[in-house]
Design a protein around this ligand. Structure first.
Ligand SMILES: [Zn+2]
Ligand SMILES: [Zn+2]
Length: 186
């Protein structure tokens, strides 16, 4: 990992952990202890593979034969999270993965309660859906275009029948490949 990526990730880790330090219940008790937070800070965080289009973040156990714990896990994050518009959301994704790292494996009620501690939770869900759409958009290779109204749906597979019609206006749909400029090599 180059220096720049390393710096981006360590800044993210630091900002998530310091935010988690501020989460207290009504008796002013912290939700995450110093010891838990220091365990979290030791966990390796890296990027998902470049063609990962469906996941925002992923926590896995390093030793597959052992249970996932904070000392037996690694977190990987989608690179797209590090685009300017997703940076705030990236913190929330890392927070989500950290909850898994602390031994909460499923998205059960307890998990969601912890996740809800994040201040802008609703907004985060909205940005999350936007990122999902964004990732799918990148993957789209085919576009169904309506010959009548110009409506376009993007698809990742070629599967298409010649008798497809646009439900809204009943115009005939055409399937056209999306041509992308090949990225510059350097
Ligand atoms: Zn999860
Ligand atoms: Zn139409």
């Amino acid at each position: 990992m180059d220096n720049n990526n390393y710096q981006i990730l360590s800044q993210l880790i630091e900002s998530v952990i310091s935010k988690m330090r501020t989460f207290v219940d009504k008796d002013n008790e912290r939700f995450f202890s110093d010891s838990e937070l220091s365990q979290l800070s030791e966990i390796e965080v890296s990027f998902l593979s470049r063609n990962s289009i469906s996941r925002h973040g992923l926590t896995t156990n390093l030793d597959k034969s052992k249970k996932l714990t904070s000392s037996n896990c690694a977190v990987r994050l989608n690179r797209k999270l590090f685009e300017e518009k997703y940076l705030e959301y990236a913190k929330f994704v890392l927070f989500h993965e950290y909850i898994h790292c602390l031994g909460n494996f499923s998205h059960d009620k307890n998990f969601r309660q912890l996740e809800n501690l994040w201040p802008e939770k609703k907004q985060m869900n909205i940005i999350g859906r936007q990122l999902t759409r964004d990732l799918q958009e990148v993957k789209a290779r085919w576009a169904w275009t309506c010959s009548k109204c110009g409506f376009i749906v993007k698809r990742s597979s070629r599967k298409f029948r010649s008798n497809y019609y646009h439900k809204e206006c009943l115009g005939k749909l055409n399937n056209v490949p999306i041509i992308r400029p090949t990225s510059l090599e350097h």
